[in-house]
Design a protein around this ligand. Structure first.
Ligand code: ADP
Length: 231
């Protein structure tokens, strides 16, 4: 029998089918956890929180898979608007504040000079920033320090996120932006990852006519950067 769909189309269809039921499950779990339907005991709370964590993880995975299938079909949708990168970064850091406080991780941000507004798809670039900062926090031990900078440099705006975490093994450096890559240490450090974030980030930056790169030393830390043209 002839196959009517390419694999990326199948992934897209299946992921779409998963989206609605997963959102419904999340909604019901929220109601139960909020105790809107009655008081729950500690054990019930523990199980429901576990179910919620896994549901949120599945929703993120489905979103990543949809992005990947769009990238592979050349259908990544862009809505460009004049955006304030500094504001986006501050918003992402704020969203992460309870996460890095819980991990006892310090997050610092500095704009090194005056940053102009630039024409980008702000949600897509926010997704990249979200991914890089989340990785920096997730792949740092306790006493992690994440330093984020933004700089206007020769017609570009350059974002960098430096951490003192587990680093990338030398032999793995070539694979870092490939689909599903996860280092062995990363898997033990943070079980929830999909290995798709950097692949998606690279595609977004490429489509924005920018560049993404990193430097890393195993057990010492990493710095991930991207630059975007001002015009
Ligand atoms: P995920 O974090 O979900 O595994 P990513 O695509 O964002 O997916 O990252 C792929 C892999 O690259 C990670 O699993 C990890 O091995 C490595 N990596 C990414 N960022 C860092 C970092 N800041 N420090 C160390 N390793 C990293």
């Amino acid at each position: 029998m002839e196959s009517k769909h390419k694999l990326s189309e199948v992934i897209s269809i299946v992921s779409h089918q998963f989206k609605t039921p997963l959102s419904a499950i999340k909604g019901y779990l929220e109601v139960l956890l909020n105790q809107d339907l009655g008081k729950i005991n500690l054990k019930q709370k523990e199980y429901l929180e576990d179910a919620m964590e896994n549901t949120v993880r599945m929703i993120a995975l489905v979103k990543d898979l949809l992005d990947v299938s769009q990238i592979e079909q050349g259908k990544l949708d862009f809505k460009v608007n004049l955006s304030d990168l500094e504001k986006i970064i501050k918003g992402v850091i704020k969203d992460f504040s309870s996460f890095f406080k819980a991990k006892n991780c310090e997050v610092l941000f500095k704009a090194l000079n005056k940053i102009p507004l630039i024409n980008i798809d702000s949600l897509k670039i926010e997704q990249v920033i979200y991914n890089l900062i989340s990785n920096a926090i997730r792949y740092s031990g306790t006493k992690g320090k994440v330093e984020i900078t933004l700089e206007k440099k020769e017609g570009n705006v350059c974002f960098c996120c430096k951490d003192n975490g587990i680093g990338v093994p030398k032999e793995d450096k070539k694979k870092i932006f490939t689909k599903f890559y996860r280092s062995e240490k990363a898997i033990t450090f943070s079980t929830g990852g999909s290995g798709l974030g950097l692949f998606i980030s690279k595609a977004i930056i490429k489509k924005s006519k920018g560049r993404i790169w990193f430097k890393s030393k195993e057990n010492e830390g990493s710095i991930f950067c991207f630059s975007l043209p001002i015009n």
